[in-house]
Write a protein that binds this ligand. Structure first.
Ligand code: NAD
Length: 460
């Protein structure tokens, strides 16, 4: 019987052979694979809803919008633009290169490992795969062990629809992933927490394998005094409590200008009731926490002195109500780690400059959301603060635009994907100079005053 290591070695060898034979290069082949994913979304639709309900009790409209919908949009853009993305890109050449042409070929990297988390287990597996496939790579996917129904489903669709040397799902937890990371890949794309991100990067360094790290962090939502409060309340509530807050780009905490805090919190409480209804604790229309460990970690934040809305939970169903905690300080435990659950701490500020300075003094978040009507202030906030990406007067809707690159900066990640950015992430930009043989400038070959003078002229 094969050991785990021999098994993984075999999988990677098969993939490398498949790629080296040139099977993945062709435009028609790549397009066909993207069309297959599109067909899977349709043919297995009932099962998709079923596994996501089993793993996270996701409400149907969230499955439609944040899992299937995002994958569909990415597929549309990739299929429509694939031949254009694959074209060699012509660039200019300087005068010293007269007679030559310069261009960039988008070369597939080869065998790609994608490691996915559990919170959007389908979307965060398939969207990177779309980029990798479009760019002409083969894919080994390691989905999360914490969303076992979706992981089994992904393994099954791979087996039923793709060549095993082209798209393979390897299942397992830390132990298996540690073994898998000992293999040599041509790119590793990791989505998850920063601690595991470091482990992945360390393993990748063994073969100098390039990595994309899609990590998390504490993303603020800032509400200024001139914001449209009713709109801000609705969009923050939606952004925070979708998937029970288990979203890497959810507003982790709220920073509100003190003069509008009362009005905003009142509007948010109303929105929570209207969006999620009365039976949240019975798991109606609201996702559950992924497992007991995370549930207990979140429960520890529920300090009754600070609760101004929610705070109830159902341990049996692993549900925590949409909760708001007011009068929180930067030093409170909830402000020391990414919350990743349906609990929103509220901090207030007097001057926006002070609030921005505090954000700037902390790790760079994956997202930042600014609510305010003044265009000058909107630009100032977007340009001054450093974060992966964000929205003005909205929460995480920016990530659903396939024309915007999605990724973090600093501790929230490196590299990006979605749309063309995904294609580029999984491609090598090969620079080519095509020289003419019709003539030859002598100046680069030898010295002498005449040559130096010509050269000076060209370079001036
Ligand atoms: P995680 O880091 O625990 O796990 C991610 C993946 O790594 C899983 O497939 C897991 O099996 C594997 N893994 C776990 N321990 C490992 C180890 N020791 N060695 C090798 N592999 C290991 O993350 P998670 O709990 O699944 O997801 C939550 C985190 O992911 C949050 O921090 C969140 O912000 C982040 N996240 C980021 C994005 C993004 O797009 N930037 C999206 C979703 C989640």
């Amino acid at each position: 019987m094969m050991t785990l290591q021999e098994n993984y070695q075999q999988i990677v060898d098969d993939h490398r052979k498949y790629v080296d034979q040139g099977n993945t290069i062709d435009y028609t082949f790549r397009k066909q694979q993207l069309e297959t994913i599109k067909k899977i979304l349709k043919d297995y639709e009932t099962e998709i809803y079923d596994v996501l309900r089993k793993d996270l009790n996701k409400p149907d409209h969230e499955i439609m919008l944040t899992e299937i919908g995002i994958i569909q949009n990415e597929l549309e853009v990739a299929i429509k633009n694939l031949s254009y993305w694959m074209q060699p890109e012509k660039v200019a050449s300087p005068l010293t290169h007269k007679g030559s042409k310069s261009y960039i070929i988008k070369e597939p990297l080869g065998v790609v490992l994608i490691i996915a988390p559990w919170n959007y287990p389908l979307q965060l597996s398939l969207v990177p795969i779309i980029g990798a496939i479009a760019a002409g790579n083969s894919v080994i996917l390691k989905p999360s062990e914490h969303a076992p129904h979706t992981s089994d489903f992904l393994a099954r669709i791979a087996e039923e629809n793709f060549d095993p040397s082209y798209f393979t799902v390897v299942q397992g937890a830390a132990e298996e992933t540690t073994e898998l990371l000992k293999q040599r890949f041509d790119h590793i794309f990791f989505t998850g927490g920063s601690n595991v991100g470091k482990i992945v990067m360390r393993a990748a360094s063994e073969y100098l394998t390039p990595v994309t790290l899609e990590l998390g962090g504490k993303s603020p939502a800032i509400v200024d005094e001139d914001a449209n409060i009713q709109m801000a309340a609705k969009r923050i509530v939606w952004g925070k409590y979708t998937n029970a807050g288990q979203t890497c780009v959810a507003p982790d905490y709220l920073l509100v200008q003190e003069s509008v805090k009362f009005k905003l919190l009142k509007a948010m409480k109303k929105q929570i009731k209207s969006l999620y209804g009365k039976n949240v604790l019975q798991g109606e229309n609201f996702s559950r926490i992924i497992n007991l460990d995370h549930f207990n970690r979140l429960k520890a934040f529920l300090n009754s002195d600070h609760i101004v809305h929610g705070g109830e939970y159902n341990e049996e169903e692993l549900v925590i109500e949409p909760t708001i905690l007011d009068k929180i300080d930067w030093e409170d435990p909830i402000m020391q780690e990414e919350i990743f659950g349906p609990i929103l701490p509220v901090l207030q500020f007097e001057n926006i400059e002070d609030a921005l300075a505090l954000i700037k003094s902390r790790e760079k978040p994956l997202a930042l959301y600014y609510f305010g009507e003044n265009p000058r202030m909107q630009s100032q906030v977007m340009e001054y603060a450093s974060f992966g990406g964000g929205s003005i007067n909205d929460t995480f809707f920016h990530l659903a635009n396939p024309h915007l690159p999605f990724g973090g900066v600093g501790q929230s990640g490196m590299g990006s994907y979605h749309g063309k950015a995904g294609f580029d992430t999984f491609s090598h930009q090969k620079s080519i100079l095509k020289q003419t043989t019709k003539f030859d400038f002598p100046f680069r070959y030898s010295g002498g005053t005449v040559t130096s003078n010509i050269l000076k002229k060209f370079l001036s």
